[in-house]
Design a protein around this ligand. Structure first.
Ligand SMILES: [Zn+2]
Length: 276
């Protein structure tokens, strides 16, 4: 009994009782400063562990909220433990519904209803992208703040509910940035090329892995200037904007997956970055 009481007292003493409440919307990426310190610092939220980066000596977790996460309050669980001591804390995360738009596009019939051959290609394309997303990229840890890959007008925002020829489709998984064909596309962050392929709907597509579960995807390219395995520094030009695949005009489709969660690419830019 005494042992148990001692244990409870220990837990209370090491628990950070001053939880911070974070507010976010579906698709956001949060930067959360660690409320505790110690060896082997880890953070868990939404059922996953998240990477911790250091900025000016402060450990900061990056947490990506999938566009489909149910609006609710979640725990952000911190843990640090070495041989000598254990330290833990729980912050709170309020996720509200994203303010997502509705978008309608009209395309040729062969690009909206598919025969068996087209369906097979689409499924194979999806499997290639999925595989690329799961590829682990060993890269020097870098503060993952991105730059715009191209500058232009956002023609379809992130997570817009799309209707193709009047039929509802899955929400838009990235941002569409309109720009003339041939506009150079820059790596928004250092990384390694994971996939270069011509796809049925996505047209010419490139996927880049940036480490720590961060992967970016670029579709409808006029052409790719890189090959699988190439390493890129932030700002390196790796492709040209185009209108290949199912596309109604030259634009870049830019998507970001973070730890398997589809997030708004804009949320990876420095806070308060103006429109492209
Ligand atoms: Zn798009």
């Amino acid at each position: 009994m005494q042992k148990l009481l001692y244990f409870i007292a220990f837990l209370c003493a090491s628990q950070n009782l001053w939880a911070t409440n974070y507010q976010a919307a579906q698709g956001d990426v949060l930067r959360v400063p660690a409320p505790i310190s110690g060896e082997h610092l880890t953070v868990k939220a939404l059922g996953k562990n998240w990477p911790i980066y250091h900025k000016d000596g402060q450990p900061i977790a990056w947490i990506g909220i999938h566009l489909n996460v149910k609006p609710a309050t979640y725990d952000i669980q911190w843990f640090a433990g070495g041989a000598a001591s254990v330290n833990q804390a729980v912050d709170k995360l309020d996720v509200k519904k994203g303010d997502f738009r509705i978008s309608h596009i009209e395309v040729a019939k062969k690009m909206s209803s598919f025969d068996e051959e087209a369906l097979q290609r689409i499924r194979a394309d999806q499997a290639s992208i999925k595989k690329a997303y799961k590829t682990n990229v060993a890269i020097k840890p870098q503060w993952p703040e991105m730059i715009w890959p191209v500058r232009g007008i956002i023609s379809t925002p992130f997570a817009a509910q799309r209707y193709v020829n009047g039929n509802p489709r899955s929400p838009h998984s990235g941002l569409d940035i309109a720009a003339p064909t041939g506009t150079p596309v820059k790596a928004p962050l250092a990384g390694k090329v994971l996939l270069v392929e011509d796809m049925f709907l996505n047209g010419t597509l490139v996927t880049i892995g940036h480490g720590n579960g961060i992967t970016t995807v670029y579709a409808h390219l006029n052409k790719s200037l890189v090959q699988v395995g190439d390493e890129l520094k932030q700002g390196d030009v790796f492709a040209e904007v185009g209108s290949t695949g199912r596309s109604t005009g030259p634009h870049l489709h830019w998507g970001v997956q973070f730890n398997g969660n589809k997030v708004n690419p804009k949320a990876m830019l420095p806070l308060a970055t103006p429109e492209p």
